[in-house]
Ligand binder design. Structure first.
Ligand SMILES: [Zn+2]
Length: 377
């Protein structure tokens, strides 16, 4: 399972939650702004990349672009510029050993490569995850309030036919403090009317109303695909305590027998809460994407917490990369290094055989995603 140095897991990965990379040439500031979840520049005289992710990038990505490990950041950025964004993306993506990318296509950033372009650049397969709130906003822009309410369920079902999963960002548009049950038709119509009035004033449709977010979520459940839920850290807008997945406990009771699985994404810092939910509820899963690169030298902490209590069939690999191919490269290299260190410890201290370790690593790397998203069909 590990390579000649015994320090890396060498298995194909399914990245079940990620976004496209940017292929326009980036300035240093442009690169820096994609290397954080902050929406603002670093304070004067400081560098946002002088961070755990910065160390990880210098350790893992510098050698992929032909530099010494830990080469200084300005050397790295100069090297990236000299080979060009397309070649950097190609080298970094192919370093990851990812067989399948499940791409959330809902972010409004026209610079991002779509599923087909990502597959070509990475020499891998890609599938689509449909973001419910994006579908709702696009539909609203061309409907009346009543038309929107009537059409959203069928629109999501139609979009689901080409996709392998759906995703909701209710955690950062509102929070997980929601009633367990489906909103009534009357409630939805009233909320839609108000939304359309607001949009007349503001000129844009951005869904933040909890009734409409729940309407989207339940319409997505009706479409029957696995549902990804943005959880915990991962957006500058988030009110972190409201993105604690344990707030979804009544919702998970209400949805347990509907035949839809819920994937808790990122989960940091609520990884243990997510692990408990994944143990208790048969239809709940977790990953530690995003912090797989942003924690840098501490990525192992998140990976270990995810492996503390949930059955091994409930933990998935993802990178939650966005914009920079460096996110992909660091996440994959960190996972391979840190997961290997963990299971090697289990073997050395008598908790698992080498065969157990290989089976468990394969489940997290790909088999669980393959099963839940029915990717072999
Ligand atoms: Zn994401």
């Amino acid at each position: 399972m590990t390579d000649a140095n015994g320090r890396r897991i060498d298995l194909p990965l399914i990245d079940h939650h990620c976004h496209g990379v940017v292929e326009t040439e980036l300035s240093d500031d442009g690169f820096g702004s994609l290397a954080t979840e902050s929406d603002w520049p670093a304070p004067e005289g400081t560098d946002g990349l002088d961070s755990p992710f910065g160390l990880a990038l210098r350790r893992f990505c510098a050698p992929i672009l032909g530099l010494e490990p830990l080469a200084p950041l300005d050397e790295y950025l100069a090297r990236r510029r000299s080979i060009g964004a397309a070649e950097a993306n190609r080298l970094l993506l192919r370093s990851t050993g990812t067989s399948d990318y499940l791409l959330d296509t809902g972010i409004r950033d026209t610079r991002l490569l779509g599923p087909a372009a990502m597959a070509a650049r990475a020499e891998a397969r890609s599938r689509e995850i449909v973001r419910i709130e994006r579908v709702a906003e696009d539909l609203a822009a061309e409907s009346t309030a009543a038309g929107f309410v009537a059409k959203l369920p069928a629109t999501l079902t139609a979009r689901s036919r080409e996709a392998v999963g759906l995703k909701s960002i209710i955690a950062y548009r509102h929070g997980f403090d929601i009633p367990a049950e489906r909103p009534s038709g009357r409630e939805v119509l009233k909320a839609a009317d108000e939304w359309f009035h607001t949009a007349e004033r503001t000129g844009t449709f951005r869904v933040t109303d909890p009734v409409l977010l729940r309407f989207g979520l339940w319409s997505g459940i009706d479409a029957g695909l696995p549902m990804q839920l943005h959880t915990g850290y991962g957006d500058g807008d988030i009110e972190l305590f409201r993105a604690d997945p344990s707030r979804l406990t009544p919702f998970f009771h209400a949805t347990r027998t509907l035949g839809v699985d819920f994937m808790l994404l990122h989960c940091y810092p609520f990884i243990r809460e997510a692990g408990i939910l994944a143990q208790v509820f048969p239809h709940v899963y977790l990953d530690t994407g995003l912090v797989s690169h942003y924690l840098g030298p501490s990525a192992g902490t998140a990976i270990r917490q995810a492996m503390e209590i949930a059955p091994f069939s409930k933990v998935l690999y993802s990178s939650d990369s966005y914009g920079l191919a460096e996110h992909y490269a660091v996440s994959a290299a960190s996972w391979r290094t840190e997961f290997a260190a963990l299971v090697d410890e289990w073997i050395a201290s008598g908790w698992a055989t080498a065969k157990d370790a290989e089976r468990i690593a394969t489940m997290v790397a790909s088999k669980n995603a393959e099963r839940v998203y029915n990717l072999s069909a």
